[in-house]
Design a protein around this ligand. Structure first.
Ligand code: NDP
Length: 629
């Protein structure tokens, strides 16, 4: 256990319960100074109690203030043990005011009879036993304290306290939505002791964590909170807190709430789909407070999060080292049993990698949609398409292919469900971000862009209906064998991966991230949405060649499959079928393998209207010319 013993410990309970004895023993064990709260009462309080009169809230005001100052002073050092009755919740609030980390509350409980007997035997104390009833009347039993019965011997109580301190959670998950919940269950099943937190919104979001805990047996040993400071206080230090909230302002809101509660050297991990530039900025901001920040891509959806996601953490390496064992525990395993989790690189590289993962996913999905469309217009029903795809599975397995087969087979009564689903695709923005990033970096990830725009076009359903009336398209069947169609799909997927990894490589160079592309492919072989046998092959290929299109095996696949892709795209266009992603694949291949392009005309046009100059093929490279056109 790392440094869990520092901090402020307040031993509370009614007079006579044994706070001083236990406090002193604990101080010895934890090697911290001990302070007896009774020593901080002003004289008038002592006189009042000695005369048999109970203290009221006003009497306790200055006393609580002094103890709060003491706690704050000691918190600047390594902490301390304070024995203090702290009977009411509002007293406890006063005691912890302004403390960066809430104190560990240790409540010593005992029945009136037991405590009364003890008080009667106590000599040289100003508090008469007769006041005990008023203490019990005032006592509000704390909800967030470690509680121990004083009928045990002080030695046993100390042993129990030390055990409970050891039992502080190793890891915290904040945000119990779809992903947060699955990840919590995953952590708990892997034996990680976690604390879980979801915000409390009166009337809307109440007891989310507690109710969730009650629903799943594996969560039995977890701690559930809807008060942030208690959640933070329940974690071993240095703390590790995984945020699973919606990307955007929610992440900043939660970070702002956490900053005053966490300490230097704690690590916050953002496991949502945040934008990589936001992640870099958040890392910078948190580093000003000495807090580490990891921007961590998590892929696999709800089921992946539960059974083992693919995890892409980026940020400070030392911070990663602290969270690595936890992330690796819940990650999916590759074929060799290694965790599908690797340190991606500095700064926002983890979230960038996750973004590109999603971009590749967009194109993989669009390709399957185009494949489905071509096979459907050939007259196949969804079951028949499912069986064509299933036959191809031995050649090219992928998670997305598997789920597509399932989807196509799904029926509602006699009808296929797919036929009842509106053809308007939504998106949550990561395809958009990838398209912007690829444009920013000057890298042609054309298939990702085209699949994003295909979703946008699909969303204009009313327009499509209206324009379709004015420009009716007669869709006809592509008269090509299923095998050739599948080969076209196979090659388009390869091109999609060539483009996706090229985007990662260009980003790595531009941002100086030193990304290991083979490792990236490896952690994408399981747990994530784009896992496939192709990805497994790429692990080895990328070890030898960063730019996939230069690898001999890729070149030979292109040579073999390109005629099929060309035919399928040409025939689809002739049949009035939109195939934006398949056609981008063949266009890219044609463009990237043409040593001569018509860009000489572009350069001439730029020079004509904007005097942007051009280079000549009959002059040295790097020399620029201008013509008065
Ligand atoms: P949900 O919408 O299911 O859950 C969001 C969670 O964030 C809820 O617990 C919500 O609390 C909490 N939250 C939102 N705003 C705040 C706030 N201001 N303060 C505190 N808590 C807040 O989202 P998901 O679990 O699906 O996704 C979480 C993140 O993971 C997102 O970034 C998402 O893009 C990413 N992701 C999602 C995947 C998926 O398949 N769903 C896959 C991979 C990544 P409350 O319940 O109180 O509203």
């Amino acid at each position: 256990m790392e440094n869990t013993t520092s901090g402020i410990y307040i031993i509370m309970g009614v007079s006579g319960v044994g706070k001083t004895t236990v406090g002193k023993l604990l101080a010895e064990k934890l090697d911290l100074p001990f302070f007896d709260g009774d020593d901080y009462h002003p004289d008038h309080n002592i006189i009042k109690m000695a005369s048999g009169k109970p203290l009221n809230d006003g009497d306790r005001e200055d006393w609580l203030k002094s103890l709060n100052i003491l706690a704050k002073e000691q918190a600047q050092k390594s902490g301390c043990i304070i024995a203090c009755s702290a009977l009411k919740e509002k007293y406890r609030t006063k005691l912890e005011q302004g403390l960066n980390n809430p104190p560990h509350w240790i409540y010593l409980e005992g029945s009136f009879e037991v405590v009364y007997k003890r008080l009667k035997n106590r000599k040289d104390h100003y508090m008469p036993p007769g006041l005990l009833q008023s203490q019990f009347d005032t006592l509000e039993i704390p909800e967030n304290a470690l509680t121990f019965n004083v009928e045990h011997s002080p030695k046993t109580v100390i042993e129990m306290i030390l055990q409970s301190l050891k039992d502080l959670s190793e890891f915290g998950v904040l945000g119990l939505g779809v992903m947060g919940k699955s990840l919590c269950r995953n952590f708990a099943s892997m034996g990680v002791r976690i604390s879980m937190y979801n915000r409390h919104v009166p009337g809307k979001e109440e007891n989310i964590a507690l109710n969730f805990k009650k629903k799943h047996q594996e969560l039995e040993n977890t701690l559930a909170f809807d008060e942030l400071h208690k959640f933070v206080g329940s974690l071993q230090q240095p703390r590790k807190i995984l945020l699973m909230v919606n990307a955007g302002p929610a992440v900043d809101d939660v970070i702002s709430e956490l900053i005053p509660l966490v300490s230097k050297n704690d690590t916050i991990i953002d496991g949502g789909n945040s934008h990589y530039e936001d992640t870099s900025e958040r890392e910078r901001k948190l580093s000003e407070h000495g807090i580490s920040f990891i921007g961590c891509g998590v892929s696999g959806g709800e089921e992946g999060a539960l059974k083992g996601p693919s995890i892409m953490p980026g940020g400070n390496y030392n911070a990663y080292e602290k969270v690595k064992p936890f992330l690796e525990k819940i990650a999916a395993r590759d074929k060799k049993g290694k965790a599908c989790c690797t340190y991606v690189g500095r700064s926002g590289s983890g979230h960038f990698t996750k973004m590109v993962h999603n971009g590749i996913e967009y194109a993989e999905m669009q390709l399957l949609a185009e494949l489905y469309q071509i096979l459907r217009t050939k007259g196949n029903n969804p079951d028949e398409i499912a069986s064509i795809l299933a036959d191809s599975e031995n050649k090219m397995q992928s998670y997305l292919l598997e789920i597509t087969i399932d989807i196509l087979k799904k029926k509602e009564g006699d009808a296929w469900l797919i036929d009842k689903i509106l053809d308007k695709a939504g998106n949550k923005g990561t395809g958009n971000w990838t398209t912007i990033a690829t444009a920013k970096l000057g890298t042609p990830s054309t298939m990702i862009a085209s699949s994003l725009f295909a979703r946008y076009i699909s969303a204009f359903k009313d327009d499509r209906i209206a324009v379709g009336k004015m420009l009716p398209v007669e869709v006809s069947a592509v008269k090509i064998s299923d095998d050739i169609i599948l080969e076209a799909y196979q090659l388009a997927r390869i091109v999609n991966h060539i483009q996706g990894f090229k985007l990662l490589n260009e980003a790595s160079k531009s941002y100086d991230w030193s990304l290991n592309l083979s490792e990236t492919a490896r952690i994408w072989t399981n747990g994530c949405i784009i896992r496939s046998t192709l990805m497994e092959k790429l692990v080895d290929i990328l070890r030898k060649e960063e730019d996939l299109i230069h690898h001999s095996e890729i070149i030979s696949s292109i040579k073999q499959l390109k005629p099929s892709l060309t035919r399928v795209v040409a025939k689809s266009i002739e049949s009035n079928q939109p195939v934006p992603c398949l056609s981008e694949a063949i266009n890219y291949l044609n463009a990237i393998s043409h040593s001569n392009s018509p860009a000489n005309l572009i350069q001439a046009q730029r020079d004509y209207f904007g005097a942007h100059t051009y280079q000549r093929i009959d002059d040295e490279p790097g020399r620029f010319h201008h013509t008065e056109w």
